[in-house]
Design a protein around this ligand. Structure first.
Ligand code: SF4
Length: 234
């Protein structure tokens, strides 16, 4: 799949990022009223669940950043680790392990000792949304954390967008035009000089059960990521 190149030179200039203008991510964040209220209700219903904004998993020095949609009720929202505890993580961690990005093929809980290698996982929206559907304004509010992720730390070299919401959130975080980078499974987009974005259908139960996303299709994305990182070198 050929790289989709930015249209203009302006699009490949790194985004000006002033950390002072962006609050640090905190598991106490309540900037989205609707989500904060929903989480308070979920905490009452499921006292043992994490039910807070879910922090990223993996080293901030990692060169591969995987961006999902949002925590699932009985997955990341319950365990406090992205893609852990529900169906969506099964294929993800199995695939990360297969391509050398994880020490094991399974993530069971936030304290199971699992290590990621050169990989970090985050979500476009860090709080559980009702019906798994964040509002646009919530994606936009949480985007400052993704922007921070893409700019403040040593920048990742590859970002994998799991689904259209993550794809659009990454482009927004980089101040890029959405129309210049259409979402296509396994497409590679050179979004900045240093950063390659690879699209993938989300590894949700729905997508895998309907065969919209198969294991070989998902593996092709991480095979690309591994190959590109190997080309870039350490
Ligand atoms: S979705 Fe993001 S910005 Fe909104 S309350 Fe949660 S952590 Fe904060």
């Amino acid at each position: 799949m050929p790289c989709a190149l930015p249209d203009t030179a302006a699009e490949i200039v790194a985004v000006d990022f002033d950390p002072r203008e962006h609050p640090e991510f905190s598991t106490q964040c309540t900037r989205c009223d609707r989500l904060a209220e929903f989480l308070a209700d979920v905490r009452n219903r499921y006292p043992a669940y994490f039910s807070r904004p879910v922090p990223d998993f993996g080293s901030s020095e990692a060169r591969l950043l995987v961006v999902g949609l949002a925590p699932g009720m009985h997955g990341a929202n319950a365990t406090g680790r992205p893609f852990t505890g529900d169906f969506a993580g099964i294929l993800l961690y199995r695939t990360l392990f297969k391509f050398g990005f994880a020490a094991r093929a399974e993530s069971r809980s936030a304290d199971d000792g699992l290590e990621l290698y050169d990989c970090r996982i985050t979500n476009a929206v860090r709080c559980l949304p009702p019906a798994n559907k964040p509002l646009t304004r919530e994606v936009n509010t949480c985007n400052s954390y993704l922007r921070e992720e893409l700019n403040r730390h040593s920048p990742p070299k590859i970002v994998v967008a799991l689904g259209g919401v993550a794809h659009r959130a990454i482009l927004k975080a980089l101040d890029l035009r959405q129309a210049a980078f259409p979402f296509v499974h396994a497409a590679e987009h050179r979004v900045t000089r240093e950063l390659l974005m690879i699209d993938s259908y989300h590894c949700s139960r729905y997508n895998t059960q309907t065969k919209r996303l198969t294991a070989p299709m998902f593996e092709s994305v991480f095979r690309l990521a591994r190959r590109q990182l190997d080309i870039i070198g350490a």
